[in-house]
Design a binder for this molecule. Structure first.
Ligand code: PMP
Length: 427
């Protein structure tokens, strides 16, 4: 709270007293957010902020259809999931309709972490192995099992467990001339699998965020993941597609980012946008995989898929469809990336612009493409002062992570581009 005056200082001090070191806040001058609507959030004084960071409210903050669905259901019935109510099954049918036919079973969770925990357990049960491969800066969640495959959370000096191997992210920007991204990535994976097996650890699977968000956002070229998935299956493992970040249409060419790669995962995990802010997650897989897992431990979750959650989730799916938001993500995302490339042409500090739909990464560099995390951090704080909220990704924090709600308009994109240009011109 040092350096902060008045009400803000007092709020921060109270929060730190209550939560200790576990209190995590954005920005040196934290924001007190009072309400939100569409793509905007408003602070306590009423100042609007264009929210280009928060990928949870996928159909827009406080979307009236989602708010009404939650409110009506909360006033009628909320209970655990051991009773029969049609809305849950209808929701599952709608959701599963967006997946390849073989992925025909859904398990509900409350968070992405729980979903990944189950996915890892499915892979362990099915393969009898314990070895997993993940990317170097991956994040998959907060349970003790999922933390093992979340190297980005490891603090100095803490080592990965012996049954986990990390591989470099598929860095399309730093590929040597003539190299094929899919080959390079599959090569790293194969060496990791061989290394596990050579240490007497059976390979259980590969878990990837299909847009590589915390690794720095890598979506192209479409199809580059196919070779890696082939290697996983040849080695007897499962491929887990973590769609917690890119899922529900954000990448603009269908509901799921794995679709861009023409691959069929064995397990898909869902979270963040699923309830537009209402805590929801899920695991989609083939029946035989779920059966194998449940034969070992069973699975019950008191809150997951309760009637209110399902109302939120159904309203999200219906709104995505009704408002054509996936097509909007595609067109506005393309418009935004074109604008960012125009900025890059006159500013050598922007090394790369990439992504798909409204999941966009912009990489700041210095000489010889050295990552410039300090510039990203400066831009993030300066953008906030000018009313735009944005985050960073990548091992060096030098990649702007651009992920607005899918109702982001061209006018919103223009505001973002003009402000970024102004911030870069000053600093
Ligand atoms: N997977 C990915 C790719 C994530 O980004 C996150 C959250 N940042 C999770 C899983 C975990 O989700 P949750 O916080 O809902 O447990």
């Amino acid at each position: 709270a040092r350096g902060l005056d008045g009400r803000l200082g007092e709020l921060v001090a109270r929060r730190q007293r209550a939560f200790g070191v576990s209190s995590v806040l954005f920005y040196e001058q934290p924001l007190e957010i009072a309400r939100a609507e569409g793509v905007f959030m408003f602070d306590a004084s009423g100042k609007p902020y264009l929210d280009v960071y928060n990928n949870v409210p996928v159909v827009g903050h406080c979307h009236p259809a989602v708010v009404a669905a939650i409110a009506q259901q909360a006033g009628r019935l909320n209970t655990n999931t051991r009773y029969l109510y049609e809305s849950l099954t209808t929701y599952a049918e709608t959701l599963l309709g967006t997946f390849p036919a073989a992925l025909s079973n859904l398990s509900m969770t409350c968070t992405g972490s729980e979903a990944n925990d189950i996915a890892l357990r499915i892979a362990r049960a099915w393969t009898g192995g314990s070895g997993f491969v993940v990317t170097e800066t991956a994040y998959h969640g907060n349970t003790s099992l999922v933390m093992e495959v979340s190297p980005s959370s490891y603090r100095k000096g803490r080592e990965l467990p012996p049954h986990i191997r990390t591989i470099p992210a598929p860095d399309s920007y730093r590929l040597a001339p003539g190299e094929d991204l899919g080959e390079v990535f599959a090569g790293h994976l194969q060496r990791a699998i061989d290394d596990l097996e050579g240490s007497g650890i059976r390979f259980a699977g590969l878990i990837l965020d299909t847009v590589f968000s915390s690794d720095g956002v890598f979506a192209d070229p479409p199809g580059f993941l196919a070779r890696a998935v082939e290697r996983v299956h040849r080695a007897g493992g499962l491929f887990i597609a973590d769609e917690v970040q890119p899922g529900f249409g954000r990448t603009g060419d269908g509901y799921w980012c794995f679709g861009r790669h023409g691959i069929e995962p064995d397990v898909v995990t869902l979270g963040k946008p699923m309830g537009n802010g209402f805590p929801m997650g899920g695991v989609v897989t083939r029946p035989e995989l779920l059966e194998c897992f449940c034969a070992e431990t069973g699975y019950f979750n008191t809150f997951a898929g309760n009637p209110v959650a399902v109302a939120a989730g159904q309203a999200v799916l219906d709104t995505l469809q009704r408002e054509g938001l996936i097509a909007n993500a595609n067109s506005v995302g393309g418009y935004l990336r074109d604008g960012l490339w125009r900025l890059a042409q006159s500013d050598a500090r922007i090394g790369d612009v990439r992504g798909a739909g409204l999941f966009v990464g912009l990489e700041f560099i210095g000489v010889d493409r050295a990552p410039d995390g300090a510039l990203a951090s400066h831009v993030i704080n300066a953008m906030k002062e000018r009313g735009i909220l944005i985050g960073a990704a990548g091992a060096y924090g030098n990649v702007l992570k651009i992920r607005p709600a899918l109702c982001f308009s061209q006018a919103n994109a223009d505001q973002f581009l003009t402000t970024l240009q102004a911030v870069l011109d000053v600093g």
